[in-house]
Design a protein around this ligand. Structure first.
Ligand code: HEM
Length: 484
């Protein structure tokens, strides 16, 4: 750097000039340091606080900003302003991730990918916190911590445990659909640009007439699907642990902006009861023949964050963030997620995480929440710090109330494994694979089963056989090949 550049003075965090940033203050040339050298103390103390807890899941991720542009008219289903007119654009933050690995994990791992979006709408933030798969491993949130424990490290060995994974999956047949996707080619995308995104859950739309529609969100990649085989991924990880981060960052820097088309599947409220499957079961897809995709808009990512920690590590996405015209559904896993995310953010980022620039809505925020650690957005000189009040403070907006939802049934612990078909949809997916895809699929499963006790392998093979005998036979042959 040229000496000609006039550099601004370095300061402490209190704004006072730092007299020396190379040498600590010592008692004599060879003497010990002085406690009064508080610039040194401040520097070390700040460094000790540079880390926050990583996300308990989806810790490794990459993010970028972009825009969402409406291209299709769904205003008859939803009053959400974001979909209000063709051509309307909304600023978006996206964060993609792997699920199981820690913050420093390699990107080219076989794993589900997170696909989290924050739409900064004029009516508040709408977060769609989805994955690159339309279904999930569990259908009851009571099982989420158990499932995640099988994906993380064994408490004694501190290593990932194939035994724990297959033990859990083989005892949880509802996982079969997601397991099928995970071990297919789509389980190891070359980068985040080359995969679809899904809201996965059933959400709802509601319109000005008070009608409700159940809705599924699909983001289809414009870049095409590209995948690594297990062997290719092993080479990539050996050369580059940040392959997905690099691919996304470099593409955006080069002006090669990735795009996805958003479509929805729509089901009128009353039709849910008429389906042969439970439309709120997260392990099931809705048949596209009955519920065709309706195009809504295009997502484009076109700006890299300037500071990864401030903008991506502190980004806080929550399925509870919806806007008028979009609602939840009875999906049990979604219901639990409405609690889990904001709770995680208060712990991971802090009480006022929503005041941070990346999380702050781009519309006025008016709450009566008070104080807490690190409050820095104090409203100016108001007497309306409680509600109701006589000082013109904000009041509720009845127009934001969604139509009432009829509920029925007796409170109880219903066994979700009774009368539930866990096999037809994974079998249908398996039958779509061509011969090459099948062989890679069998090999991927066999590779992941190495070292797993025989009775657990047999229990899982019985699930494969129930879906399609050719699936079980193929994996058995691949296991024999791997053993031989
Ligand atoms: C991250 C909980 C199911 C997608 C997280 C985090 C928690 C969590 C606590 C970390 C949040 C943070 O620290 O910012 C749960 C629970 C689930 C569940 C309790 C079920 C009961 C799902 C499902 C999906 C999903 C079904 C996708 C359809 C994601 C994504 C992230 C995430 C994409 C990363 C968000 C980001 O990029 O910051 N989950 N999760 N999770 N979860 Fe879930």
């Amino acid at each position: 750097m040229s000496d000609q550049i006039v550099r601004p003075a370095l300061t402490t965090s209190a704004g006072t000039p730092v007299p020396d940033n190379q040498n600590s203050k010592s008692a004599g040339r060879r003497g010990p340091l002085l406690l009064e050298n508080y610039q040194l103390l401040e520097k070390l103390a700040h460094q000790n606080r540079e880390r926050i807890p990583e996300r308990v899941v989806h810790a490794k991720g990459s993010g970028a900003y972009g825009t969402f542009t409406v291209t299709g008219d769904v205003a008859r289903y939803t009053r959400a302003a974001i979909f209000g007119e063709i051509g309307r654009t909304t600023e978006v933050l996206a964060r993609f991730s792997t699920v199981a690995g820690e913050r420093g994990a390699a990107d080219a791992e076989r794993d589900v990918r997170g696909f989290a979006l924050k739409f900064y709408t004029g009516e508040g933030n709408w977060d769609l916190v989805g994955n690159n798969t339309p279904v999930f491993f569990i259908r009851d949130p009571m099982k989420f911590p158990d499932f995640i424990h099988t994906q993380k490290r064994h408490p004694r060995t501190n290593m990932r445990s194939a035994t724990a994974m297959w033990d859990f999956w083989s005892l949880s047949p509802e996982s079969l659909h997601q397991v099928a996707i995970l071990f297919s080619d789509r389980g190891l995308p070359r980068g985040f640009r080359f995969m679809d995104g899904f809201g996965s859950h059933t959400y709802s739309f509601w319109n000005d007439a008070g009608e409700r529609f159940w809705v599924k969100f699909h983001f289809k990649t414009h870049q095409g699907h590209r995948h690594w085989t297990n062997g290719e991924a092993a080479d990539i990880v050996g050369q580059d642990r940040e392959s997905s981060q690099r691919d996304l960052y470099d593409a955006i820097e080069a002006g090669d902006f990735p795009r996805w088309t958003l479509s929805v599947q729509i089901m009128p409220e009353a039709d849910a009861a008429r389906q042969s499957f439970d439309p709120f079961d997260l392990t099931k897809v809705w048949p596209h023949g009955d519920f065709p995709l309706i195009e809504v808009g295009v997502l484009e990512l076109n700006r890299n964050p300037a500071h990864y920690f401030a903008e991506i590590e502190q980004a806080s996405f929550s399925p509870s963030n919806i806007v008028p015209g979009i609602g939840y559904s009875p999906d049990k896993v979604l219901q639990a997620r409405l609690f889990a995310y904001a709770d995680a953010h208060r712990y991971r980022v802090g009480t006022h995480y929503e005041s941070l620039p990346v999380n702050r809505p781009k519309c006025p925020v008016r709450t009566y929440h008070a104080d807490g650690a690190m409050r820095f957005d104090a409203p100016q000189g108001t007497d309306a710090y409680y509600e109701p009040n006589s000082f013109g403070g904000p009041v509720e907006d009845p127009g934001a109330k969604e139509p009432p939802l009829r509920l029925e049934g007796e409170a109880g612990y219903y066994d979700h494994r009774v009368d539930n078909d866990d096999y037809s949809q994974p079998a249908a997916l398996f039958r779509l694979f061509d011969e090459g895809q099948r062989q890679r699929f069998f090999g991927n499963i066999a590779a992941a089963m190495q070292g797993v006790p025989g009775e657990i392998v047999e229990r899982q093979l019985a699930h494969f056989a129930k879906a399609d005998p050719a699936w079980a036979e193929g994996v058995r042959r691949a296991l024999e090949g791997a053993a031989g």
